[in-house]
Write a protein that binds this ligand. Structure first.
Ligand code: Z5A
Length: 214
């Protein structure tokens, strides 16, 4: 049996990843591809508990390195208990954020040393990289306006961040996409939903086709 494909969805707050994940799952199933959708931080019962700790606002100070370790602790559980078993069963995994998010947020946003991020990524998922990463790109102010319309005064630790923090994360994402143009597909997240969906299915159809003729 062929290993499934690992597709990650990335972008700053309010970029439309969650909306796209639902579309991708439905579209892949229409193509006859078995797939599951999951998210980070989270995706397993224990990792979801780590998510709550990582996103909780107020209380004890959480340093950038601590935040990084929480993301990778949740990721280690997720990779071992959900992602690798699904890929081994031949299913495609659609993951709302993965290690690129840590590089963009903790690396570019908070200034964590990229060598530490490389070391942790190698330890946590030594042989796993996304087959395709869809980067939903839009200006930070537009993403925040979408997300804040939804969360109001219940903003979590990230939602409460400044526009300039999200602009740093956005620039980090765009630099990653530039460095790995074969893996990344940058999608204009300001476009109307129907256009976003067309771009997403076009980006994935090559991979689906390879699968069905293999
Ligand atoms: N984080 C981190 O720092 N390091 C890490 O390693 C990881 C995560 C893995 C939680 O992530 C936080 O964890 C995250 C970074 C940090 N915080 N931030 N930012 P999350 O992915 O769970 O949270 P999120 O990014 O805040 O998700 P979100 O706000 O739900 O954004 P989204 O999923 O990209 O957007 P959406 O929910 O699909 O869409 C937002 C709204 O826009 C919604 O009303 C849609 O109907 C609307 N929308 C979507 N697409 C369109 C288009 N094309 N046009 C118009 N309106 C649209």
């Amino acid at each position: 049996m062929n290993r499934g494909r690992f597709i990650t969805l990335e972008g700053i707050e309010g970029a439309g990843k969650t909306t796209a994940a639902t579309f991708v799952l439905r579209w892949l199933r229409e193509q006859g591809v078995a797939a599951l959708a999951t998210r980070e931080p989270g995706g397993t019962p224990l990792a979801e508990r780590i998510r709550q700790i990582a996103l909780e606002r107020g209380g004890e100070a959480v340093s950038p390195v601590t935040e990084t370790l929480l993301m990778f602790a949740a990721r280690a559980l997720h990779v071992q208990n959900v992602i690798l078993p699904a890929l081994a069963r031949g299913e495609w995994v659609i993951c709302d954020r993965f290690t690129d998010a840590t590089r963009a947020y903790q690396g570019s946003g908070r200034g964590v040393d990229p060598r530490l991020l490389d070391t942790l990524a190698t330890a946590v998922h030594p042989e796993l990289e996304p087959d395709c990463t869809l980067l939903f790109d839009l200006p930070a102010a537009a993403g925040l306006a979408r997300a804040r319309g939804r969360s109001g005064s219940n903003a979590d630790r990230f939602e409460a961040e400044t526009v300039s923090f999200f602009e740093k994360a956005r620039a980090g994402y765009l630099a990653l996409a530039k460095a790995e143009p074969n893996r990344f597909r940058v999608v204009d997240a300001l476009a109307p939903l129907a256009e976003v969906e067309r771009a997403v299915s076009a980006a994935l159809s090559g991979l689906v086709h390879k699968e069905t003729v293999a």
